[in-house]
Design a protein around this ligand. Sequence first.
Ligand SMILES: Cc1ncc(COP(=O)(O)O)c(C=O)c1O
Length: 468
Amino acid sequence: MSLNDHWMQRDLAVLWHPCTQMKDHEQLPLVPIKRGEGVWLEDFDGKRYIDAVSSWWVNVFGHANPRINQRIKDQVDQLEHVILAGFSHAPVVELSERLVKLTPAGLDRVFYADNGSSCIEVALKMSFHYWLNVGQPQKKRFVTLSNSYHGETVAAMSVGDVSLFTDTYKALLLDTLKVPSPDCFYRPDGMSWEEHSRTMFAHMEQCLAEHHQEVAAVIVEPLIQGAGGMRMYHPIYLKLLREACDRYGVHLIHDEIAVGFGRTGTMFACEQAGIRPDFLCLSKALTGGYLPLAACLTTDTIYQAFYDDYSTLRAFLHSHSYTGNPLACAAALATLDIFEQDDVIEANKALAARMASATAHLADHAHVAEVRQTGMALAVEMVQDKASKAAYPWQERRGLKVYQHALTRGALLRPLGSVVYFLPPYVITPEQIDFLAEVASEGIDIATRESVSVAVPSGARVDFRDPG
Ligand SMILES: Cc1ncc(COP(=O)(O)O)c(C=O)c1O
């Protein structure tokens, strides 16, 4: 038995994996990873894979980065963890100071959580609670975009709209208002991203005009709807949304959990619209992909609405045991150092251009509807019919075929349904980008070559998306 098989068998005897139909592993081998270095992951049999999806979009400076490793090692000898209520520590203070400095002016307070979903819960609760504290208890609904994803906890699912993740739990969810997304995939032929996103704003304007008195906040994934298939839109939408939120007295929550820290080409996506949200949610790349940590930044106005004598019960009594963990903060500080010292945002421009040139030919593929890109995120959408952009039935799991092919070639490319995407660590080389493009092209050829016959039960959902 190979070492991979040994670990796979032990794993499958006791683990229940995230976002996985475990029965798939009767056919699909699990890949046990022994070590990582830079963009590479290495399994127990010595096979290496380029991590093209940054291990669920978290890793920006490679696996086992010596600079981040050292900072964590230094911190672990000093202080591994301490309760953050009533106590504090140097890494959390330094990190908060740096985040306040780095983000748009006016985001002056940092509240920590320990993963993206719980950070969304913080923002939603804080917004609702703010309106309660200022005497507007009727403002308790949230507006969200179609095809959004904000995480897996119940309130985060409520503001999400990827049916694969939320439909089953409908009975548990909050009553939210959903507005059509500015997603440019469906723009009419010849229309620019800007024009389409601007046109789509009319739906949001109408929703806010009708409902603003009962709305606490609008929540968006700025510029890229990640789990919804890396669908993209123009910054003009965020600018118009900021203006409308101001006009209607509604908070704006930017979920930059996936897109923050350089992914869209600027440090934060909101910079491209020149705006400041009322809540900025950060996680994932915040620690370079090392440890779970999330930060919800907000304004002094919001903070002051909670600041009062204890007996008024206006405080935000929300906590997670690992809030502001010192090891995670140390990893985040090392990550911010690398951004600063290596001028990463500037250096990424050449890598983003290489991603574009290496994949440009795919736009001509008979089963590719679009190759789209925002900064360091590039997506290729496979379709059954190019002219109408008709999707493959989700049951055919075309993306899974690309995934399986990529594994044989030494790449971790995990599509979202029929969307193959690159979201690589920023330490990838131009040659490695070319290699990924080659593997993706081969995978797309294989996945779209044959007709696939799958039993589709009558009445099955057609708009579902398989995560690949
Ligand atoms: C935009 C966005 N928000 C929130 C989350 C949830 O973060 P986590 O998986 O850390 O709970 C994700 C995760 O992919 C995300 O992409």
